[in-house]
Write a protein that binds this ligand. Sequence first.
Ligand SMILES: Nc1ncnc2c1ncn2[C@@H]1O[C@H](COP(=O)(O)OP(=O)(O)OP(=O)(O)O)[C@@H](O)[C@H]1O
Length: 259
Amino acid sequence: MAKKKKVTLKLDHVSKSFAKIENDEVTHALNEIDLTMESGEFISLVGPSGCGKSTILRLVAGLIAPTTGKVTVDGKEIVEPSPERGMVFQKPTLFPWLTVKDNIAFSLKMQGKLRGNEEKVETMLKVIGLENFRDDYPGQLSGGMAQRVALVRSLINEPDILLLDEPLGALDAFTRMNMQDEILKIWQEKGQLAIMVTHDVDEAIYMGTRVIVMDANPGRVVANIKISEKYPRDRSSETFVRYRNEILNRLHFGGNRAD
Ligand SMILES: Nc1ncnc2c1ncn2[C@@H]1O[C@H](COP(=O)(O)OP(=O)(O)OP(=O)(O)O)[C@@H](O)[C@H]1O
């Protein structure tokens, strides 16, 4: 499979506030975020609930706009959703009335690009090992299988940026570890920019080339940690444990606070 073209994603002084419906207060979901990310990186976003992780993904997806600041890809401001920025959610958002194959083919069909690309659908079915389930409906699939379908349904558009909003959060530990390796394999082949929200510090280190640690009220970045270990990573190695301690400290779960 061909590598993706290189892109640079920038969040430049990005703040996002939401007005609360019940009173006059404002939630500062993100405050002055400056981040640069590039193709070939796998960014893990970790932080307590409400620190703005999903808000970052939704801004990059073009689902919402920043209150102040800019989100750009190669200098061009993101103003709307695009198949070039594919999103995968924790709950697989499949169409229950379409078969596995038709779910995967859906966006190509909507863009009028299915004809001549049928082979792509077959390749995707093979990538996730579900060739024999092509005619099944989402309701017949296990959680892991459904999440695989949701993943390749985004990948079929060959996005430059893959946005993963806790995609493995609802899976059992064993399926989750398998899926971590599957996602890494796909990302390594394509070399796109992947940004994944996770609550699991080990998953963040196991998968990320960089772990961005956030804190809440207001949502902000408190650490940007490059993970220099080769893949596949050993969760029990000394270096891994050192990264884990560093991140837990940043999240205030360590024995001694780092800041
Ligand atoms: N559409 C919205 N309207 C009002 N408030 C919102 C909206 N979206 C997010 N928020 C608020 O912004 C803050 C950040 O939300 P966000 O979902 O980005 O956090 P998160 O770090 O992803 O949290 P979690 O880990 O619980 O998913 C939260 O306080 C949330 O309640």
